[in-house]
Design a protein around this ligand. Structure first.
Ligand SMILES: Cc1cc2nc3c(=O)[nH]c(=O)nc-3n(C[C@H](O)[C@H](O)[C@H](O)COP(=O)(O)OP(=O)(O)OC[C@H]3O[C@@H](n4cnc5c(N)ncnc54)[C@H](O)[C@@H]3O)c2cc1C
Length: 499
């Protein structure tokens, strides 16, 4: 690190805001995708937008790559500094700056932990709807960068539906203030462009979001199945019947066993092949109509039993099991590879089977816990990264899973983003022209490619050396996306969301 730059950063940030010591920097070498690691040269923790802007200007003047980071709970390597440079984290920016219950708007700093916003809003009868299962750790900034989803995004939509304004620091330290929260903005939707940009356009420092009124009534159901296929079919049928639960989550047997043996034990029956966690919310009439329809589907699909949470405590326990499931998998093996693909919901059963086979054929242990209502599969492969052969099999399985899901009319990610993990597969879904179009905004936001370099878009070499073309898929990605199946697979898009 250049001495003059180090001197300048010390002066801007002071000792609390700068991590120079290598042992402490190691904590920033990767996120939840443990395959790729690189220790950053420095870790910067600015206290506010003004400090962040001064840091970004100094880094720009010295041509240093910058990797934004929230809590590091990402699962695709997005916050991993693969090309060196510095990590700039938001851990010291976690204030709720404004909460207006009348306009139902909150303005927060990017490092605020997701669940803290709902806690702050609760006293006004409001909540922040996107609820990633990592919500007790992940930050609003990370949610914005990845357009995060969560169990209740089935009804309420992913992060992009809730963000109305941003303040972001550009690559050269310029502050872009897009924080006009109370009226529909005029002009180009730059906020929309920044949501989902995976830290490659700018460092987001402040976020203005919509808050949602707490529903009049909530019912949480746990349906127990002796067959995973039947649980998948129940979900497809509920969608086909136009029922409107707010969450539809499946946990398979291995997940149930891991959860029940852990501190997150929720009382799921350990001998069940699958459970379906369902939530219904709204007015009394809405809840009753939906619950009755759901009960009929569950009966037709052979649910062995349906439990109804009797109060807030039981409800919280059922959700704690779901949200703690990845943590519970630590009992199965030291490492976990969480894939994230979306498939048409009519093909849930088929793709859960196929992805499970892909893992088993490679001698891998796979558990499924997923946002079934969104068609968002998460085959979770337990492994030990000290075993290079097993790591190779895990990576191979991950690639194959993405291929079969795209062949089936699905997409590469429902919520975790592309990061490092899915770069090589981008050409399976997007044409070279699509990828070129995606490059162009980067020319505007970050001409020197110093913002989170090496992420999301495939480097040319990957695009040109397709080692494994998809035989069954259409050779024209545009045609594939225009197919009805692909349209169904866009499950996290605004088009499908009930308003
Ligand atoms: C147990 C577990 C459960 C999960 N469940 C879900 C789930 O239900 N739904 C879901 O969507 N995800 C889930 N995830 C994935 C992850 O939590 C989300 O992607 C989350 O949005 C990441 O937030 P973070 O603060 O940890 O961001 P990080 O991991 O630190 O960063 C993620 C990306 O955002 C960029 N970034 C971070 N902060 C900023 C900023 N201020 N400005 C610009 N770019 C920034 C980074 O460069 C990186 O590319 C889960 C992860 C775990 C470990």
């Amino acid at each position: 690190m250049d001495r003059a730059l180090l001197h300048e950063l010390r002066a801007i940030l002071g000792p609390r805001g700068l991590i120079e010591d290598r042992t402490r920097r190691v904590a920033y070498e990767c996120d939840g995708l443990a395959f790729e690691r690189r220790v950053p040269e420095l870790v910067l923790l600015p206290a506010d937008t003004a400090q962040a802007a001064r840091c970004m200007r100094a880094l720009h003047d010295h041509g240093v790559p910058v990797v934004p980071r929230g809590a590091g709970t990402g699962l695709t390597g997005g916050a991993t500094p693969v090309e060196g440079g510095v990590v700039i984290g938001t851990a010291r920016m976690r204030r709720v700056l404004e909460l207006d219950p009348v306009d139902r708007i909150a303005r927060v700093e990017a490092g605020l932990v997701n669940v803290e916003l709902s806690r702050a809003a609760a006293k006004h009868g409001l909540f922040y709807a996107p609820d990633p299962s990592s919500q007790r750790a992940c930050t609003l900034g990370g949610n914005v960068a990845n357009n995060a989803g969560g169990p209740h995004c089935f009804r309420h939509g992913n992060t992009t539906r809730h963000v109305v304004g941003l303040v972001a620091v550009m690559h050269d330290g310029e502050v872009l203030d897009l924080s006009e929260p109370r009226v529909d903005p005029l002009g180009d939707d730059l906020v929309g462009l920044l949501v989902g940009s995976e830290g490659m356009f700018a460092l987001v420092t402040e976020i203005t979001v919509r808050l949602t009124p707490a529903p009049q009534r909530v019912e949480t159901l746990l349906a127990v199945f002796d067959d995973l296929d039947a649980a998948c079919d129940a979900v497809s049928e509920m969608i086909a019947e136009q029922l409107e639960p707010s969450a539809l989550e499946i946990l398979d047997k291995l997940t149930i066993e891991a959860v029940e043996a852990s501190v997150f034990a929720a009382g799921y029956p350990p001998d069940a092949e699958a459970v379906l966690l369902i939530e219904v919310e709204g007015s009394d009439a809405e809840v009753e109509a939906n619950s009755a329809g759901i009960a009929r589907v569950l009966e037709r699909r052979g649910a062995l039993e349906t439990r109804r949470a009797t109060g807030d405590e039981e409800r919280a326990k059922l959700w704690a099991g779901r949200k703690g499931a990845y943590g519970a998998m630590g009992r199965v093996a030291p490492d976990l590879y969480v894939t994230d693909v979306v498939v048409p919901r009519t093909k849930l059963r088929e793709l859960v089977r196929r992805t499970t086979e892909i893992c088993r054929e490679r001698g891998l242990k796979v558990a499924n816990v997923f946002h079934a209502g969104d068609g968002n599969l998460h085959p979770n492969v337990s492994y030990d990264r000290r075993d290079p052969d097993e790591v190779a099999r895990v990576l191979d399985a991950g690639e194959k899973i993405m291929e079969v899901c795209i062949e089936a009319g699905g997409t590469l990610s429902g919520e975790h983003g592309i990061g490092l993990e899915k770069q090589k597969q981008m050409h399976l879904y997007f044409s070279p022209a699509d990828l070129d179009a995606m490059e162009r905004p980067r020319d505007v936001f970050d001409p020197a490619r110093r913002m989170n370099p090496g992420k999301t878009l495939p480097i040319r070499a990957c695009m040109e050396t397709r080692t494994r073309p998809i035989a069954a898929a259409s050779s024209d990605p545009a045609a594939r996306r225009a197919s009805p199946d692909a349209a169904a697979a866009q499950s996290t898009s605004d088009r499908e969301r009930p308003r």
